[in-house]
Design a protein around this ligand. Structure first.
Ligand code: FPP
Length: 264
């Protein structure tokens, strides 16, 4: 009843993070959480800092959210770190963003390894600067046998481009006679996406009050629960993550059917 009156506030009230984690873990944990990390620029502007200071602070939150996602038992955390549209930003900002994987991984890779985290990437790898490729490749290589959380960076990623590439691959298979047009179904298309080996996201979080998908995992998010918060990404902490997952746990997911699963 109180929950109905006060909504989410009742759910997030009281108790320490660890108590809340215990409660959250006793319910259904989303296997795949995808996050559009937005608001770094505004965070910096409010402090009269350059935009890159916001990105740097945002990088620190990647560490915090990776840790709690892993502790909660999330299997995949996909973070939208750089879109195919972000090349339109000023060169200085792009250069800074391209250096972040190197800085993040040179600082935190040992910690990720200790936490059994597996680093992966979706997006166009070839177009990235050499130093970015090197940092990401090293992390992928050194964590490839880990079987805890998959920390999946969407880097130079665009969903439409991903779909275009998958269509080209499928058309080539039809052209060389490997498959017939009738063989094309949802699962075949899914198997030609960069996320083919991953479960579809159960929960999408976007920070900073923007309510759009911005060319992010358009196919994969078809049945995801969406969570939008006004919190800017550099301020998004463990409490915010728990709030989002608790909100997810209260949803009744029906996947187009009439009956929900009664749980999520
Ligand atoms: C959008 O905020 C954010 C980005 C384009 C970059 C996100 C990157 C990080 C949070 C760091 C990634 C870390 C690693 C390790 C790769 P915005 O700049 O559009 O913010 P605004 O809308 O307030 O201007």
């Amino acid at each position: 009843m109180l929950e109905k009156i006060f909504g989410k506030k009742t759910v997030v009230a009281a108790s320490s993070i660890s108590d809340r984690m215990t409660t959250v873990k006793s319910k259904h944990i989303p296997a795949h959480v995808a996050i559009i990390m937005d608001g770094n620029g505004r965070w910096a502007k409010r402090r009269n800092l350059p935009r890159i200071a916001g990105h740097h602070e945002g990088m620190k939150k990647v560490r915090v959210i990776t840790r709690i996602a892993n502790d909660l038992g999330v299997k995949v955390l996909t973070l939208y770190a750089f879109s195919t549209e972000n090349w339109k930003r000023p060169k200085l900002e792009i250069d800074f963003l391209m250096k972040l994987p190197g800085e993040f991984l040179s600082t935190y890779l040992p910690e990720l390894i200790e936490q059994n985290v597996k680093v992966e990437m979706i997006g166009n790898f070839d177009m990235l600067p050499e130093h970015t490729k090197k940092a990401i490749s090293k992390a992928i290589e050194e964590t490839k046998h880990n079987d805890g959380l998959t920390l999946n960076f969407a880097m130079n990623y665009g969903s439409r481009l991903e779909l275009v590439e998958s269509v080209k691959e499928i058309v080539a298979l039809v052209a060389d006679g490997s498959i017939n047009p009738e063989d094309i179904d949802e699962s075949l298309i899914g198997s030609h996406l960069m996320t083919a080996h991953l479960p579809e996201p159960d929960l999408l979080i976007r920070t900073s009050g923007e309510v759009r998908l911005s060319n992010f995992m358009l196919w994969q998010l078809a049945y995801a629960e969406l969570s939008f918060t006004d919190v800017l990404w550099p301020d998004f902490d463990e409490i915010c993550m728990l709030n989002a997952i608790e909100e997810f746990q209260l949803r009744n997911r029906r996947f187009g059917s009439v009956e929900g699963n009664g749980d999520v």
